[in-house]
Design a protein around this ligand. Structure first.
Ligand code: XUL
Length: 524
């Protein structure tokens, strides 16, 4: 007898679905719908609506709802046994917000399967578009909130993070300041995750401790709305926010809309969604405190599981609730592959294979050469003036530049993740650049830690499916163990382990001091 659970991930560029069978511990279905391609009428580029101001990045909540209809239709067409799904959960791109008026609750409760979701939702929005995580137009509001909350350290201690432009609180404050009448008409503010969960459940869904922590509004320790943060953000804000609750908790049965229209099991549970990063923590199997993963993607991220809440006094890293209980940490380095690609372009390097070959022609430590690769304004460390900085490095030496950028990126990760005080037994690494052993050897040596590759193309949607299973089993009073639940779904790639070279690791132990000095000099 299969035990099917559906996980959805509403990300920046696509909506993905993963169905798992807990009886066989297998992923039985995967699908991804690219917003630009599947719904061109919204005119998004990489999931973002065009805007003249490069700092403003919005998307459309109707686009996300439309995609939900499309992905259910695709699952029905592909013969997914929707009638056997026991529970549905999901994750969303973090920080993005949806603004609803007093018609929303009624509309959600009476979704008509003869109409599309978009038709059903007509007239329920108090703001047509949704600011998303790529938006950086709220520097002023961040400064105002940070000041009210007592500075960087205090803001991080209270809410888990310093005030960041993309976080929901500063975005709400900007909306309140610039569109007072529309703000007054807003009765519910949702995150992308809680908006999508509301559609599935047919009622306003709570926000979870993972995504709720990405707002600069949640008390990171008490896990309720922080009165000072609400007051620093906008008036009457508490009335507009749903309650906070653990992710995966049951909201109710799925809305009859999905039952009648697509044949979803009428008894299937709709559970609370979370953010894509918290879901990925589950999808990558980071259950034990101190387990960390590095994703080498467009941006590089360093994230992991943490039992006791400990915030970053410098305000560079974030603390979110983890769907597995406890907390997770996240540090986002904007100049990841983005910067590596720029170096490749600068030197006309054909591909990553050649980049890795060049890197191998040089020796660890690179005779002290360092390249700080801030091609774009950087999040960590905070760099508002983009630019690259070379130290003891000849710009003409191609091979040395390849090593210098990657070593600097890894040294930066080591330096800026120290506040987490984790000493992992091994680091899981995922993302595009994780295919190359030469790069991973540098990572293992800099971190002085074993590195294993994990290939989970849809880690967030898989995490969401596991979250649905956990919610279902908890509701049935089974008290499921997260460790047992993720086993088998998140195996490292066979033979991918790379051990640090202890002699080389010593070179980096010395080099981290020089790296720190270079960083400080460049930041001056
Ligand atoms: C995390 C963040 C991004 C988005 C991407 O803080 O802003 O990783 O969650 O969807």
């Amino acid at each position: 007898m299969p035990k099917l659970f559906l996980g959805l991930d509403s990300s920046t560029q696509s909506l993905s679905a993963v169905v798992i069978d807990l009886a066989t511990r297998k992923v039985v279905y995967e699908k991804s719908l690219n917003f630009d391609k599947a719904l061109p009428q919204y005119k998004t580029q990489n999931g973002v609506l065009p805007n003249r101001d490069p700092l403003v990045k919005h998307s459309s909540p109707l686009l996300w709802a439309d995609a939900l209809d499309l992905i259910f239709a695709a699952m029905k067409k592909d013969g997914v046994a929707l009638g056997d799904i026991l529970a549905v959960s999901g994750s969303g791109q973090q920080h993005g917000s949806v603004y609803l008026n007093d018609r929303a609750e009624k509309a959600l409760a009476k979704l008509d399967p003869k109409k599309s979701l978009v038709e059903n939702l007509s007239g329920i929005f108090s703001r047509k578009t949704s600011p998303i995580w790529m938006d950086s137009s709220t520097a002023k509001e961040c400064a105002e909130i940070r000041k009210q909350l007592g500075g960087i350290k205090a803001t991080a201690q209270k809410t888990g993070s310093d005030a960041f432009e993309r976080f929901t609180g500063p975005q709400i404050r900007k909306f309140y300041k610039t569109e007072k009448a529309a703000y007054a008409k807003t009765t519910h503010i949702a995150l992308v995750s809680s908006f999508m969960a509301s559609l599935l459940a047919g009622k306003i869904a709570p926000m979870d401790f993972g995504d709720g922590a990405g707002m600069n509004l949640m008390d990171i320790r008490k896990k309720n709305w922080h009165a000072d943060a609400l007051a620093a953000t906008a008036p009457k804000l508490k009335d507009k926010l749903p309650p906070l609750a653990p992710s995966g908790k049951t909201i109710g049965k799925v809305s009859p809309y999905f039952v009648e229209k697509f044949g979803l099991n009428p008894e299937a549970l709709a559970t609370i969604w979370t953010g894509d990063n918290p879901a990925s923590v589950i999808g990558l199997g980071l259950i034990k405190s101190g387990q960390v993963a590095i994703s080498l993607g467009t941006s590089d991220t360093f994230f992991g599981s943490m039992q006791k809440c400990q915030t970053d006094a410098h305000g560079e890293g974030h603390v979110f609730g983890s769907p597995a209980g406890g907390y997770m940490t996240l540090i986002c380095f904007k100049n990841g592959s983005l910067a590596r690609e720029k170096v490749r372009g600068l030197y006309g390097i054909a591909d990553w294979k050649q980049f890795a070959e060049l890197l191998k022609q040089t020796k660890p430590g690179n005779d002290g050469a360092i390249l700080l690769p801030w091609f774009e304004a950087e999040i960590v460390p905070r760099v508002n003036q983009p630019g690259i900085h070379r130290f003891d490095l000849n710009a003409k030496n191609v091979a040395a530049n390849c090593r210098a950028i990657f070593e600097a990126q890894m040294l930066s990760m080591r330096r800026h993740s120290q506040w987490m005080q984790v000493s992992p037994e091994q680091i899981f690494v995922t993302g595009g650049a994780s295919n190359d052993r030469a790069l991973l050897q540098v990572l293992a040596d800099v971190m002085n830690c074993r590195v294993v590759r994990i290939e989970v193309s849809k880690s967030a949607a898989l995490g969401a499916a596991l979250q649905a299973a956990h919610g279902f089993l908890s509701t049935a009073g089974k008290n499921p163990s997260w460790k047992r639940l993720v086993t088998g779904f998140t195996k490292p790639v066979a033979g991918s382990e790379i051990r640090p070279d202890k002699m080389v690791a010593k070179i980096y132990d010395a080099m981290i001091k020089k790296y720190a000095a270079c960083e400080q000099a460049a930041l001056k």
